[in-house]
Design a protein around this ligand. Structure first.
Ligand code: SF4
Length: 346
């Protein structure tokens, strides 16, 4: 296990012993084939920006939306099942009026809690509050070190400077800091990738790479998807700067690959569970079924029953052409039965 992993675990052991105890079991669960996904929760899609690559805009409105009491019930089920990590995403969580209530409902003593944010409202005071309320980590989106490029992409002047300030406000408040950045085929093998990794390494941050997906605002834009050479380039940068990370790279010392359902899950504002935030196929809805039943359905679909060397949704052309295209031009998410037939089950 790398030193950074050891340090992270030691911090967690001190701050959240209940979570630490669950994390110790991940390896054993992995060997036994039991899924332990990190659940990304889109509590609300409202946002204060209009980014060019947004992938949440095409979700259809439903009558019932998550409330803090739904989150409490969900986190009880997740804890009972042995899950350890939750991520609050959106939309932009920092504009939520009931954010403190949302965090409390997710039971911070039982989970490692992260939040994805554009950083616009992540002031020093807000960072301190987040830490106080039980958050462990923030994931802040940085598109480019060229401020103009970032602001253009986010359609907001000054967004870059605020996001950069947010990184250091969060660090000062004792939160772990991750830079989320989007890598396309066009910007992958450029100095930008190395610059991002180097900056993170020097400042004690991690760079979480989100590869481009042909969904949402980019639906059908397959020319943006990375190829084998791009993937090899990122591996090479990771060798030099371990701070650069993809979710197909080893985590908790386990070399897994893409783990839709097994290691990643997404909960939409309307209660649908997706195999990951980019695969807009519902595996079930928490307002209708138990989380354990939905997970059972998920792992019985053969594409999600094992880990894959490639990111299914953004890299594996076979999966993309066969399944991702099934939800193009549709009200999202589509039901699992629209995407998978009997042959797709183990
Ligand atoms: S499909 Fe890609 S984004 Fe989704 S869990 Fe797998 S590696 Fe991650």
């Amino acid at each position: 296990m790398k030193q950074t992993e050891i340090n992270k675990r030691e911090k967690l052991k001190q701050e959240k012993p209940l979570v630490f105890a669950k994390i110790l079991k991940i390896d054993e669960r992995f060997q036994a084939g039991i899924p332990t996904p990190v659940v990304d929760i889109c509590y609300n899609r409202i946002c204060n920006l209009h980014c060019k690559h947004c992938f949440t805009t095409r979700f259809a409105k439903k009558t019932r939306s998550l409330t803090p009491s739904d989150l409490k019930k969900f986190s009880d089920e997740a804890h009972e099942f042995g899950l350890c990590q939750l991520v609050i995403s959106g939309g932009e969580p920092l504009i939520l009026k009931d954010l403190n209530e949302v965090i409390t409902a997710l039971q911070p003593d039982k989970f490692h809690l992260s939040m994805s944010t554009n950083g616009l409202l992540l002031t020093k005071k807000m960072a301190k509050n987040l830490k106080l309320w039980g958050l462990d980590k923030v994931k802040i989106s940085i598109d480019d070190f060229d401020a103009k490029e970032h602001d253009h992409n986010r359609n907001h002047d000054g967004a870059y400077q605020k996001a950069m300030d947010a990184l250091f406000n969060a660090k000062e408040a004792g939160l772990s800091v991750v830079i989320q950045t989007l890598i396309t085929h066009q910007n992958c093998q450029t100095d930008r990738t190395v610059q991002m990794a180097k900056f993170a390494q020097e400042n004690g941050f991690i760079v979480d790479v989100m590869i481009a997906h042909a969904v949402g605002q980019w639906e059908g834009k397959h020319e943006l998807l990375i190829d084998e050479k791009d993937a090899a380039y990122m591996r090479q940068v990771h060798e030099q700067y371990p701070s650069l990370h993809r979710d197909t790279f080893p985590t908790y010392g386990i070399n897994r690959g893409c783990g839709c359902v097994r290691s990643n899950l997404h909960l939409t504002q309307y209660g649908d569970i997706l195999p990951c935030g980019f695969i807009h196929i519902s595996l079930g809805n928490i307002f209708e079924e138990k989380l354990s039943e939905i997970l059972q359905r998920g792992v019985s679909i053969k594409h999600f029953s094992k880990y894959n060397p490639l990111c299914l949704s953004g890299e594996d052309r076979n999966f993309i052409n066969r399944y991702m295209t099934k939800f193009y031009n549709k009200a999202l998410p589509i039901h699992w039965s629209e995407a998978f037939n009997a042959e797709d089950f183990v």
